[in-house]
Design a protein around this ligand. Sequence first.
Ligand SMILES: *Cc1c(COP(=O)(O)O)cnc(C)c1O
Length: 355
Amino acid sequence: MPNRMFVPGPVDVDDEVLQAQTRPMMPHRNKEFEEIFRRAADKSRALFFTEARVLIMTNSGSGAQEASVRNLANSTVLSCVNGAFSDRWYKVSVANGKQTTKLEVPLGDAITPEMVEDALKKQKVELVVIAHNETSTGVRNPVKEIAQVIQRVSPDTLFAVDAVSSLGGDKIEMDAWGIDVLFTSSQKTLALPPGLALCAVNDRALKKAESVQNRGWYFDFVLLEKHRLKDSTPMTPAMSLIFALDFQMDRILKEGVEARIARHAAMAQRAQEWTIAKGWPLLAPEGYRSQTLTVVRNPETFDLAEFNKFIAPRGMKLANGYGDLKNKTIRIAHMGEIVMDDLNRLLSALGEFAK
Ligand SMILES: *Cc1c(COP(=O)(O)O)cnc(C)c1O
């Protein structure tokens, strides 16, 4: 049985995927690498349900947060905050000098379309940003409905979505829903080592970027696109990770994107039902629960450190809460390579330990 970490990133990486990184280096500006670069990006479009370009960026997900605000707003941003990772995006936006309005709800709550509508009616903004799956609380925001509200109330406003801990384990239809920028990073649901972000950018977003001042250089969508059209990047890309991405996308497409999403949905349902039956309260309200991790309020009598000692010999590890929720919640991540049998092993160990 493989070792399994039920933690929301970096997740376990399959041995063959790790091996794919060990391919010898080659010049990055030659046909052989350009071919690999292009097909890795092309294959990954299926995860985004988009016909738009996917930029492969040599940075983690936070870099894609930074790129979005730098490229899509000269000034005004509405930043939806319902946990630590969406709060990071708010801070990133402020740090980049954008005039950023925070729309914040208590930890465990979701951002609703009505809240976004009210905010947009009060103040016109160039860009709305939100985390689809808030990894610190296990809340999934209703991004589809929020996109509809933005299109109705403020059609010129762009919409950027962080799906760092959900893309590939949940269905987010970029084109059909009307999302302008959608991104993930490699070390969570995609089950790759950390260090890459995949960022889909539609034509409207690219056009807006052309008119935005001070986009910087490293994260400039316009420059990245210019090079992408030549199957390349402005800078030296993280080639070993791209070898791994190319290989992992074949594995993902072999399972099937829909089947992969269904696997995650089934595990989420199982984890939710198990914890509810046990009498352990979930942090996220019904209807807003993540498909890739289940966040449980820490039961009084449960000692996570002791439990991790208990399951270590069985090759498992469970995650603590994050940020303000550390020691107040446990996070059961069921993403990436984890399958139902793994989750059942963890739940039965939980049952044994916490009778
Ligand atoms: C992990 C995470 C991030 C940060 O991504 P890095 O790849 O660590 O920079 C951002 N947003 C969400 C929702 C995350 O889960």
